[in-house]
Design a protein around this ligand. Structure first.
Ligand SMILES: [Zn+2]
Ligand SMILES: [Zn+2]
Length: 192
């Protein structure tokens, strides 16, 4: 168990995730939003054959930006959706997290996380998959419980205030943008 590096396509932005794999749970998400996000940022190549995105779900206090924090940007694809983070240096998807600083949740795009656990503990939103989902399909309930447990531990310990995605004022470090309607339409069309 050790810290794992995450690097964008061009290398200008890098993060370190603490104590992989103990600090999180690997999951694959087949939802249309995650897929549209991949298409928006030229990352369809990272999708699995059923259109799934590999994620490593952890808490933000386990993540440190090592370099290039100025390249971090975020957006929301739907009004109630998560904040989806990407880099402006080379347009690499970073992950998604809660829109509130007080909700310690973050899913890192696992494709770029060195030593990411290869087997997902759960496969989420399987009804939106675009192909046959391999077995085993994992345990969604166990994933939800693990995420809740880590979130509560982060809150109780006070670690939740240590996040690279929000400032001390509680605002995201980058202003959440919304892609323009035509771009969004194209991404969702590709994702279906
Ligand atoms: Zn980059
Ligand atoms: Zn998703």
């Amino acid at each position: 168990m050790s810290d794992a590096n995450w690097t964008c396509r061009c290398g200008a932005f890098a993060m370190r995730v603490q104590e992989v794999p103990a600090s999180g749970t690997p999951a694959t998400c087949y939802c249309t939003d995650c897929r549209a996000f991949a298409y928006l940022h030229g990352d369809a190549g990272a999708l699995d054959p059923a259109g799934g995105v590999a994620l490593y779900t952890t808490t933000p206090d386990r993540i440190d930006i090592v370099r290039g924090s100025a390249h971090l940007a975020c957006e929301r694809l739907t009004p109630r959706g998560p904040l989806r983070w990407f880099t402006t240096c080379c347009d690499t998807p970073v992950g998604n997290g809660a829109p509130l600083r007080g909700v310690p949740f973050f899913s890192v795009q696992a494709a770029r996380l060195a030593d990411a656990p290869s087997k997902p503990a759960a496969r989420l939103h399987r009804g939106s998959a675009t192909g046959h989902i391999p077995r085993p399909r994992g345990n969604t309930y166990a994933l939800v419980m693990a995420v809740a447990k880590r979130g509560i531990a982060s809150r109780l310990s006070g670690r939740w205030t240590r996040t690279p995605f929000f400032g001390a004022d509680g605002q995201p470090v980058a202003r959440p943008a919304t892609p323009d309607a035509a771009t969004l339409r194209t991404a969702y069309r590709d994702a279906r």
